[in-house]
Design a protein around this ligand. Sequence first.
Ligand code: G4P
Length: 533
Amino acid sequence: MSYTKEIDSRRTFGIISHPDAGKTTLTEKLLLFGGAIQTAGAVKSNKITKSATSDFMDIERQRGISVATSVMSFQYGGKQINILDTPGHKDFAEDTYRTLTAVDSVILVIDCVKGVEEQTEKLMEVCRMRAMPVIIFINKMDRPGKEPFELLDELEEKLNIKVRPLSWPVGEGDQFKGVYKLYDHSLNLFSANKQKLSDDNIQIEDLNTEVLQQHLGEQHADELRENVALIEGVYDPLNIADYNAGNIAPVFFGSAINNFGIKELLDTFVEIAPTPAPRPTDNGEIAPVHPKFSGFIFKIHANLDPNHRDRIAFLRVCSGKFERNKFFFHVRNGKKLRFNNPYAFMADSKAVIEEAYAGDVIGLYDTGNFKIGDTLTEGEKYLYQGIPSFSPELFKELVNLDPMKSKQLEKGIRQLTDEGVAQLFTYSLGNKKVIGTVGELQFDVIRYRLEHEYSAKCTFTPMMFQKACWLTCKNKEKLAEFIRIKQNMGYIVYDKDQNPVYLASSRFILDSEMQNNPDIVFHLNSEFKLQAV
Ligand code: G4P
């Protein structure tokens, strides 16, 4: 197969949702339909059910972190589908944001009872920032939920994206009869059956046919006629270019647990989802058809075996061909590296691969060479951009409890933050370190791993900050002056790349600083580095 054929056959996407909307169930059902697994239950949930008191091993166990579940690949409709798993728990939101840099589109799962939830909004913000194509799956239609038109309005309003239903539900809860597929004029009748993989489709070109009553009863048939007329009147037909530009999201209704609505979702996904997209580097965009291999690391997974320090780095191939045992160039540190056992991930296993193409995600054994965002090439010297850091919401000072182990602590905290467990900020004077996270759980993870992997003991002292903003300003003197004043007050720290960061103790204070300093740009994520290119 030529490069172009390989690239055209790849569809790499992420499934995102607020916890409990049905992400794990949908992932599993997609794998079932794709023939990648034979029975339900093969995909482990990465939900964390316990409170912040869990220790790290508990967290890992509950997340069911087996590397195989982080990426799942299967063939469907002649395409190679790569699903990237994202943790639903909000404490691991940064992990999800980073994973989104490695996909070309997403499927967003919404619970029809709860509608748009807090985490859904945050995740969509990230998708919008990257103009990511989104398909929405409204799940749990077997339960009495919100009215479908109300749900669509809520999606448009809260997620700030136009929507276009491609299927329409008939009834809901125990009266749920099925969906009418607006794009091919057929009726898919619902039956609660967790094992069924085929749909009961009935072609209905003209909704006025008597056949509709026979299947749905008079009342539901009339409702469907009315609703379809309304939809076709209000919503424009789906424009694929608008979907690809992230301006409009097609919407499906179904019930993942009952295997219902999955096939139409998958069939449409295969038809419209984008092929691997070009990605920005500090030297312009690199297209997937670029003949030389390149890729970047978007996730690093610590090995849980305490006897080995090995980690697995997840690489998204962006161009050319990755080959086993070939030397590649690690651009940041100028090293040549080769990989004996690069992995591809199937639904419930992993296998050594010989080659991989743009859109693929592979696992590389790492003995500490990689940090998140690193670029590998065939020798070309450019760096992939745009693995964002987001403003953390919790800040604590790292306190060393064993002065004899300062070196281990220093090394440990650098490596763990390279893995993306949390963000490390340092005050310019002295070596006071601030750890910023999006959730309490990360502090447990850090404490546990520093102790067990680096023999370093630490504790954390809470700090009163709530937001961190990266600072830029066209007028260098003005920025230096602001930093000088705020530094004396303890509000300026530096990230690992020595970018100045302002710590604000409340949103109110941040807003007033923004007002008082209109020339200075306060960035709530590090994406500005990308814009600066
Ligand atoms: P998540 O990964 O997004 O967190 O959600 P997950 O798939 O784990 O689903 C959350 C709960 O919702 C599960 O129930 C799951 O069985 C249920 N669920 C998923 N899809 C549907 C659906 O179409 N209809 C209904 N009624 N329920 C659905 P649970 O009780 O938390 O877990 P379990 O004991 O069923 O595994």
